[in-house]
Design a protein. Sequence first.
Length: 258
Amino acid sequence: MKGKLAGLYKKELSVFFSMPVAYAVLAVFMVLSGYFFASIVNQYAEFSLRSMSSQQRQMIDMNMIEWIFRPYFHNILVILVFMMPLVTMRLFAEEKREGTSELLFTYPVKDFTVVMSKFLSAMTVYALMLVSSAACFIMLGFITKYELLPVLAGMLGLFLAGGAFIMLGIFISSLTESQIVSGVITLGALLLSLVMPWIAQAAGPSWQKIIMALSVQQQFDSFAKGVLDTANLAFFINIMVLFFFLTLRSLETKKWRG
């Protein structure tokens, strides 16, 4: 099974990087993440310079989490909402359109292996995207000192949130033959998950807690603040497991229908 998984994983990566969209996604993400990081750090530096007393400077320096890390991680989360559909929209939809999905499932491999290979290949691409974010913090380390643990917590949160976004996109891709339809529906679903705090404000008190519990921003905020909470970890892991399971059921339905 490991050999078959590795083979399919390499195939998915080679196909992805044979297309211009792969390099466009990586380049756009690097530019946007670098721009937001530079803008936030510049605002932080300007505010620090405006502070006259040493006491105020000390308070600002101790609050880099609120001034730099937290807003930056939330900005990256918003970028992911628009980038992840480009990564996942072709994973099943393209094979269905080209008729290669039937050939794929005639191979002696389980659906689990097929889905896992696509998930791991997409996560590899996403990991390369996150490298640019890590590079920003490495450069910041040459300028000023900061606590590393809040940054690691934020990066872990981004990794888990990205994994949940990817698994959702894979599930939607398994439902359609059109890459565009897959990308648009994934984008709409991710946008909906992002605006749940606003939806909760309009809902009644009895629904607010439920909606906020399903809010990606709400669950991610603890990571952005440098706090590791098992409930937040479980939320994103459960999202990945849920859509992995639903993808398997989707593939089984397609086989049953012929």
